[in-house]
Design a binder for this molecule. Structure first.
Ligand SMILES: [Zn+2]
Length: 176
């Protein structure tokens, strides 16, 4: 997967901003931007970073992405918040000959890998991995995303993105 790229890290680490920068660097190339149909935090038809950079996107479910057949004119595909997708989409994406840029969380609020992110970290060449880090409340660089919302995630998964904060390894160990 020499033409796959993965931008990963915790919440508020600048992943989506970086993805949008990469989209702009592609200039006049023919590109497709995809996000997950369930990611409606900022509206469905756009990829939007915390710093409010915005670009239009096609929302897709797992099965829509598996069946997606980009035309021969498409040079590259960008997929934001890849952690929402099933690892089943990887096999289908391998058929696309162009470049694919993925962006998303590597680990969840428990510190466990999202299945598709774990797979990408194994498949994508080390030189094509871009790790983004956030800033923890203590000032250290943050590699984890802690949940600080009030409702239990076991009973209510419809929580705001604002309820997740970047935390360093030490502070993450203290909250969890
Ligand atoms: Zn910290």
């Amino acid at each position: 997967m020499n033409n796959w790229y993965f931008i990963y890290g915790p919440v508020r680490g600048g992943k989506t901003s970086k993805l949008i920068d990469f989209i702009h660097y592609c200039g006049r190339e023919n590109i497709v931007v995809i996000n997950h149909a369930s990611d409606t935090r900022y509206g469905t038809n756009a990829v939007i970073s915390h710093s409010r950079k915005k670009i239009s996107a096609h929302p897709m479910t797992d099965s829509e992405l598996i069946q997606f057949a980009p035309g021969a004119t498409v040079d590259c595909i960008f997929i934001d918040e890849i952690q929402f997708f099933s690892p089943d989409v990887i096999h289908a994406l391998k058929k696309f000959p162009g470049r694919i840029y993925f962006s998303g969380l590597d680990v969840d609020f428990r510190g466990d890998y999202f299945p598709i992110s774990k797979k990408l970290l194994q498949l994508v060449p080390t030189g094509n991995l871009a790790r983004c880090l956030g800033i923890c409340c203590c000032g250290s660089l943050a590699e984890f995303s802690a949940y600080v919302g009030k409702v239990s995630l076991e009973t209510n998964i419809l929580v705001s993105a604002d309820d997740f904060v970047p935390r360093c390894k030490l502070c993450f160990a203290n909250v969890f």
